[in-house]
Design a protein around this ligand. Sequence first.
Ligand code: VG1
Ligand code: CO
Length: 544
Amino acid sequence: MEPKVVATQPFPGQRPGTSGLRKKVKMFQEPGYLENFVQAIFDTQKELTGGALALGGDGRYYNRTAIQTILRMAAANGVAKVLVGRGGILSTPAASHVIRKYGAQGGIVLSASHNPGGPEEDFGIKFNTANGGPATEAITEAIYTRTQQIDRYRTLDAADQDLDALGASQLGKMVVEVLDPVADYADLMASLFDFDAIRRLFAGGGFRMKFDAMNAVTGPYATEILEGHLGAPAGTVMNGVPLEDFGGGHPDPNLAHAQELVALCQGREGLDFGAASDGDGDRNMILGRDFFVTPSDSLAVMAANAHLVPGYAQGIVGVARSMPTSQAADRVAERLGIPCYETPTGWKFFGNLLDAGRITLCGEESFGSGSDHVREKDGLWAVLFWLNLLASRQESVADIVRDHWRRFGRNYYTRHDYEAVDAEAAEGLMDHLRILLPTLPGKRMGAFKVAYADDFAYTDPVDASRSERQGIRVGLEGGSRLVFRLSGTGTEGATLRIYLESYEPDPAKHGQETQEAMTPLILLASELAQIEARTGRGEPDVVT
Ligand code: VG1
Ligand code: CO
């Protein structure tokens, strides 16, 4: 079985976005499209030659085909061993753990995360480095540059590998080891959380929860951990079988896309706890009875209560949040006397801080939370963290969060997304805001006064790398903020995200409805950015 060299030509636009390269499946099916990107990884990441690679995906349409293609190319490029999840399945956090646990030189994760799946929908690929985390911008840029010059790729003429039988087999000179995708991850969770206390919570019989796997990758993980190890009743995991099209929905755990679960948590008979994860298992949504925990609050509550969780009982060294995430975590860090870092959007910016031991917990407003246990955000980890808190505090989700607000004040928070907007109009809107920036500081707008306004830039405190143009921030006196940025994960036109935050220290004012409480800021944002005039949109598509 000799490697063969196939001539190819560059495709434009293979630059990874916030989290890998995401395009329509149809694009990935173009001959050479996937191959070029994968060859660019092998051409630029030399340590993979002779090394080990973790490989798996979220099970969406085209996952198995892509895995077979990558296995043949890995063998032809001299990779010594590929660790692949059974059935081609690895959640994003589990892939991160496999890389770290087995000392692999990197990993390839096939996912378009929360984007819909199926022949007409999205597919994605991302490269993770030896620390288990998403490749840094320097690496993704090198891969992109290579895709623009590529003229050949290497592969083998070989039959498909059996991905469903555990154990090792040979592909040319390369070993293919099919792993149980769940086992190692479940062990890691058991090492961090008080499984006995959570078992008692379920055994008591009075506690009712559901976990919505949204027909995506976390089904098998959640079933084994919640129903298997922790004794939650059968049926606790809903939509637990991964489907190639996620049942036709967006596997995006938020109030708009997880409506079935949201409904189950409402009213007198509502569940005590509801949770969900996304396509590739790195996001989480946390619900109590008639109560939604914003991801920004979730990070802050975790930081303030980490001492109750065995894996973090020694204390946390620091926290980080992405720039658009609310400043709730900053207040906790201040109280604890630990640093809080503000990074650009995307988990890759947490990697250096985690590797350097500067932070223990980190999170994003986009339903992402995680810790130094892996180098990706981790949906089920967050759910288990909350279960551990509920078991240890013996209070409801709502009571824990309200108590947090009383202690730290409440950061009202919402994000408005305008999806599939004309790309030029969206760029125009951002340029318009950039031009306004120097005129804003000190300016009065209605009841507000601008404290600062900038286009967020970040210098990594560990390797001094610089990332510019990461979103427009308009800070108002009193702690409120408006943030504007364009998504880097969409596959159609542009998605404009507007993040709004207002700080309320007075406990008597903590019971307001979020959209109502934020109306003045919402109006200010639309006016400032001229949203309707520039995009033709009167209302956002998704409000979270
Ligand atoms: C979005 C989120 C960002 C997250 C990214 C990947 O990016 O805003 O916080 O890290 O998705 O999450 P963007 O560029 O569309 O705003 V996932 O669950 O897709 O891996
Ligand atoms: Co995801």
